[in-house]
Design a protein around this ligand. Structure first.
Ligand code: F6R
Length: 620
């Protein structure tokens, strides 16, 4: 939430490359955007505009900022203060000497603001960030010329409660940017005679692939030719850069009209990248990288497994719980990470907690992780972003290799997570002696042969069926998604996708619940999307379809191609290839993603940046 980009170079104008990076980060918020430059003559210049980055670009075209080798920029997801020009970042202090971009929430900003107002400071916005700028300025002024920007930032931050990632620049200290973080993500990119900072790696991939991630409490001074990293306790420290294996092309649309469509179509490759290199083709087992340190003995000692996540990731976590029970006979539970903190559950020594997160920066999930670690719990992270907070702080890690996910609605990340969870189930099942080598080999074979089967989901006939159903769905105000067993999380995911990008109200339910209340909604206008592929719930799903039809409801059914029973019963039929039932979630989710996409397209919605949302929810 909120995206930050900054650059300091050796004389090269950095405005265009920072703007490019900012556009890559627009998924983090699009309520307003702004940019500030150091003009080289002990002055700062700022441009800010409410709305998307396109509005800022238009402003910059008519009211250009001077060329500069020191540029900071921000795209905002509003927390304190409504979307408005005056609340857009960057914010300066009232003397125009300090300029700051910030992601996070300063919880005690009202108290600090009152103190600063009593001191004579004047505020022009409703934001907590303007408080930060003035606080830093106050410390610099009080320093009688003896306090530099970094010291002033560090001193100001001792007074602040809350979460922040920030970049500050000072008119009278050219050649320096100061960055700091606490509970909001910030990475530093190391270039050729240049340093950069950003909330997320995709923003900088066109400039560098060498990164240093800041840990909580750390700050840094960035010059064009060097970076000085400072620990939370104030010591200067060294840290090696990490090479990111994402490419700049992966963060571009590559000819697609929307990132979401590109990312849906990338899913067969995600299967290959996340799974195939980890297969042990003679042992029927899975080999993870050395970030996964759980030994066979550790896995055998487990009695329970707990999954925690938010949103789409919590739907893959539900599938993970099922797979671990099925293939490793390890019972478990799935918890909403934000609710965990209020639950009385305590970790037992023989419990492993798996935290699933695309970004690795979701505040609720990180808070749950840290709380459990404090209580002595062991955390396995399943994450798409190398170097993210979850990836660094979890005790063990499985990276999904989805490449950067830019569309706000998560698609390929879900697919990568479920794939990783299959691998985990096989590994744990093998370690615990539940799966034989032969069964392990069968499961690997099923996964490997899934990839070509996915092609039919993108064939013109399949897409035509999706578009027909979407044309109808786009006309309704509300609908239900039903699934049983392993298909229940897919029903939840289908409903979440539809509501977030089309703004049509949708609820996912375990199909058995329909008769316990939701059935009252059904009439001749009401659509129900059912997941009816063959597994042990099939007959019951057919009964659910009949119950909907008996009340004249409209049925959109996901079923195996050629299944006449489901096809004849449905008003709209979305065909999928037949796969072993335990792999059906990976297949069935795709037409539901396509359905939401087509509905949102038909309604003219902003597919990649739906209203009110932002990718990577870094505040609780
Ligand atoms: C929905 C979506 C969100 C995220 C959720 C968790 O399409 O993207 O529900 O799944 O905010 O995010 P991560 O996975 O980054 O922890």
């Amino acid at each position: 939430m909120c995206g930050i980009v900054a650059a300091i170079t050796n004389g090269l104008d950095a405005r265009a490359s920072v703007l490019h990076g900012l556009k890559t980060l627009e998924y983090r918020g699009y309520d307003s955007a702004g940019m500030a430059v150091h003009t080289g003559d002990s002055k700062l210049a700022v441009r800010r505009k409410m709305g998307k980055i396109a509005n800022l670009e238009a402003e910059l075209a008519s009211n250009a900022l001077p060329e500069s080798d020191q540029v900071i920029a921000h795209t905002r997801w509003a927390t304190h203060g409504a979307p408005a020009d005056r609340n857009a970042h960057p914010h300066t202090d009232d003397g125009g000497e300090i300029v700051v971009v910030h992601n996070g929430i300063i919880e005690n900003y009202l108290d600090l603001r009152a103190e600063l107002v009593a001191d004579g400071h004047v505020f022009l916005s409703d934001t907590d960030t303007e408080v930060l700028a003035n606080l830093i300025a106050r410390h610099m002024r009080n320093g009688n010329g003896g306090i530099d920007l970094h010291t002033a930032v560090r001193t100001a931050l001792t007074e602040v409660h809350g979460a922040y990632a920030l970049v500050a620049m000072c008119a009278t200290e050219p050649g320096t940017l100061v960055v700091a973080r606490q509970d909001s993500p910030l990475i530093v990119g190391v270039g050729d005679a240049a340093h950069y900072a950003a909330s997320d790696m995709p923003a900088l991939l066109h400039l560098t692939r060498d990164f240093v991630a800041l840990e909580n409490g750390e700050s840094a001074i960035l010059h064009a030719d060097k970076m000085q990293l400072c620990s939370a306790s104030g010591d200067w420290i060294e840290r090696e850069t990490t090479l990111c294996d994402w490419t700049p092309e992966q963060a571009e649309k590559g000819g697609y009209p929307h990132f979401m469509l590109k990312e849906i179509e990338e899913q067969p490759d995600v299967l290959a990248r996340t799974a195939f290199d980890r297969f042990h083709d003679t042992e029927g087992d899975v080999v993870f990288e050395d970030t996964f340190t759980l030994t066979d003995a550790d896995l055998r000692a487990l009695r329970r497994i707990r999954f925690m996540a938010m949103g789409t990731s919590s739907h893959s976590a539900m599938i993970g719980r099922w797979l671990l029970a099925e293939f490793a006979e390890l019972p478990g539970e799935t918890l909403n990470a934000s609710e965990f903190l209020y639950s009385p559950i305590l970790p037992e020594n023989d419990t492993l907690t798996v935290i699933v997160s695309q970004s690795g920066e979701t505040a609720d999930s990180l808070r749950a992780m840290r709380e459990l670690q404090k209580r002595g719990g062991r955390i396995l992270g399943i994450c798409n972003v190398q170097g993210s907070t979850l990836a660094r702080e979890a005790d063990d890690l499985i990276l999904t290799h989805c490449g950067p996910e830019v569309g706000v609605a998560s698609t390929k990340a879900f697919f990568g997570q479920v794939t990783a969870l299959y691998l985990l189930a096989i590994r744990v099942g093998r370690a615990r002696g539940v799966l034989s080598t032969e069964r392990g080999l069968e499961l690997l074979h099923d996964l490997r042969t899934l990839r070509p089967k996915l092609d039919s989901l993108f064939a013109p006939e399949a897409m035509a069926a999706v578009r027909q159903a979407a044309a109808f769905l786009a006309t309704v105000p509300s609908c239900l998604f039903l699934g049983r067993g392993l298909q229940h999380p897919i029903a939840l995911e289908g409903a979440l996708k539809l509501k977030e990008i089309s703004y049509i109200h949708a609820e996912g339910y375990p199909a058995g619940e329909m008769k316990h209340g939701p059935i009252a909604l059904i009439d001749e206008h009401f659509p129900v999307v059912v997941l009816a592929t063959p597994d042990r719930t099939y007959e019951k799903m057919i009964s659910n379809i009949e119950e909907v039809r008996a009340r004249s409801g409209k049925v959109i059914a996901v079923g195996v191609a050629g299944d006449q029973q489901v096809q004849n019963a449905a008003d709209y039929f979305l065909p999928v290839p037949e796969v072993p039932p335990y792999l059906a979630p990976l297949v069935n989710v795709i037409p539901l993603q396509q359905l939401s996409y087509e509905v949102a397209l038909a309604l003219g919605r902003d597919i990649d940046q739906p209203r009110n949302l932002a990718k990577s929810v870094t505040v609780e």
